[in-house]
Design a protein around this ligand. Sequence first.
Ligand SMILES: Nc1nc2c(c(=O)[nH]1)N[C@H]1C(S)=C(S)[C@@H](COP(=O)(O)OP(=O)(O)OC[C@H]3O[C@@H](n4cnc5c(N)ncnc54)[C@H](O)[C@@H]3O)O[C@H]1N2
Ligand code: MOO
Length: 401
Amino acid sequence: MSAKKFAFDSPEEAIAAIADRLKVVGGDDECPSCLGRVLAKPVTADRDSPAADVSAMDGYAIRLSDLRPGETIPVHGESVPGSPPPTMNAGSLVRIFTGAIVPAAADAVVKREDTEELENAIRFRDVALSTQVGENIRRAGENAKSGSTVLPAGVLVNAAHRATMVNFGCYQASVYSPVRVTVITTGDEVGVFADEAPQPWQLRNSNQVALTSLIEPNPWIAIQAVQHARDDRETLQQSLAAALDQSDAILMTGGVSMGDYDYVPEVVREVGGDVVFHGLPIRPGKPILGAATGDGKLILGLPGNPVSAAVGCRRFALPLLAKQSGQTEWCPPAMQVRLQAAGSKTLPLHWMRIVKMVADGVAEPVFSQGSGDLVSLGQSSGFVEVPVGESGEGPWRYYPW
Ligand SMILES: Nc1nc2c(c(=O)[nH]1)N[C@H]1C(S)=C(S)[C@@H](COP(=O)(O)OP(=O)(O)OC[C@H]3O[C@@H](n4cnc5c(N)ncnc54)[C@H](O)[C@@H]3O)O[C@H]1N2
Ligand code: MOO
């Protein structure tokens, strides 16, 4: 670790420092179903939106000069969505429906409830007499002009973006390649043990599923490989070097602390990782290691304890991978929640405290025996980050699993 106890005072500073060293994966895949992928090129409007002046209401397209109290005005023709508008003759109105094109001669639309509807004619109610030019008309191009950018590159495509894209005829977007991630867990004590019972000195590989489950739901990530390495310096070095060739990021767990078999820090250096931090003022997760290679790849060494590994993956790996994926908003503001029954305990570190959401904007601490307690982890919905020396209800940043 550095001469100063920690290289950075907070998770944000550490994340920002390593993010600066990472390269965006780039690529330019044509993708019809781009949900959850990152736009590599902006989406532009293929026509004005709306494409013409359209009515925002069901009612009557009028000339303001026809707005006179008490008079009966004849209705000639209808403008309906899906058809071009009729010509509007002088001294008459056109019945119009929401979304239909406003006839060129009209300068406003009066809602039907502001009229008295007679047979083939209407009379304006008093409320209609103050109608202004353009009222209830959505003007051609008021949302976007043809050729303008409606979604910039770097957007992580969600349902709302897809609706926008389809509206402008973009059925196949150009997206960045997914970030290729290899997960490497370590430790001679760790195995699968699905069919046979582990010995008391053995453990099931919960970190592997915690990490893959946190990253897998993101279509902008591709899990390249999932490996387990024994606590053997050479094997670990070979696994890491081979994985680096095939991946943009490596997430490791275990072997990052002070033990005789904790080879991760030296092996990361040997394969060309420049260590940006090793140890941060957080609990749990203090021994975390963050490194970048010369060609902008990420190596994150998360502590082996299961709560520390999950917290580290959620708080550090996800935003850093998002940065590599090309997302402009790779570190979005966290939700804030209040902590009920928080107590007055403080820590000289940022406290990544596992909690469960209990009401809108309110969470409760989950009692935990420490960072190896997988029972408490399973009872939590995420964690809050309580800054150094603080306590109480917050609000604190909340990171859901
Ligand atoms: N002398 C010191 N010892 C320790 C320190 C320290 O500062 N000085 N830090 C402690 C803290 S805090 C943590 S966290 C751990 C992290 O250690 P490592 O990253 O080296 O992790 P391991 O020793 O390999 O494992 C810790 C713990 O987690 C279990 N484990 C490991 N991998 C998995 C897995 N894939 N699935 C489930 N559980 C796993 C492992 O069996 C250990 O019980 O170091 C402290 N020590
Ligand atoms: O920081 Mo360790 O991650 O407490 O268990």
